[in-house]
Design a protein around this ligand. Structure first.
Ligand code: SF4
Length: 179
């Protein structure tokens, strides 16, 4: 199976917690005003990569804490990302997997079906940053998010508790003692 991607960022520290392998998929239906990556909007115009190629790259980087799907809109290629996530879980069990999306969590749950695999991908994730980028709510103070409407969700707790549960970044709570 293949993914059509706009690009890859190795060792990213801005696309989620820790050091991450960030995959930017090609194609986005949301067209948010002020989007940083408008070149990722058009579908099918990126580079095709096989899941084998991606797995091989991840294998070569022992420093990684996780893998992030960004874009573009990752859920438009949810089927391939489900398969990729299964392979990451099997081969690199210590890595976390998260995704950005311009859909809200509620939209993904409402619209998910067997064809688009929205729910299937959601079920496989550790974290989700949801919602469109809203220029009027843009802030540089937000960690791993572009605008204040977006939520950094703990997906497994969200699905278990049946309500949106925000991810608590442990690193925010580490006390640094000066000696
Ligand atoms: S969802 Fe992301 S990639 Fe798509 S238009 Fe909005 S900001 Fe850009």
């Amino acid at each position: 199976m293949k993914l059509n991607i706009a690009g890859i960022q190795n060792d990213s520290i801005v696309d989620g917690p820790g050091i991450r392998y960030a995959i930017f998929v090609q194609g986005c239906p949301h067209h948010c005003e002020g989007c940083h990556n408008p070149e990722t909007w058009e579908f099918g115009t990126g580079r095709d990569v096989t899941l084998d190629e991606i797995i091989e790259k991840i294998k070569q980087d022992p420093l990684l804490d996780g893998v992030t799907y960004s874009g573009g809109e990752p859920f438009t290629q949810a089927k391939a990302l489900c398969e990729l996530t299964d392979r990451i879980r099997a081969e690199f069990p210590k890595l976390t997997v998260m995704s950005y999306t311009g859909f809200t969590l509620e939209q993904l749950l409402e619209r998910g079906n067997a064809e688009n695999c929205f729910t299937e991908l959601l079920k496989r994730l550790d974290y989700l940053v949801d919602g469109p980028f809203i220029l009027a709510q843009k802030s540089y103070e937000l960690k791993f998010k572009g605008s204040a409407n977006q939520r950094f969700l703990d997906v497994q707790r969200t699905l278990k508790e049946g309500k949106p549960v925000l991810y608590q970044d442990d690193w925010d709570n580490i006390e640094i003692k000066l000696v």
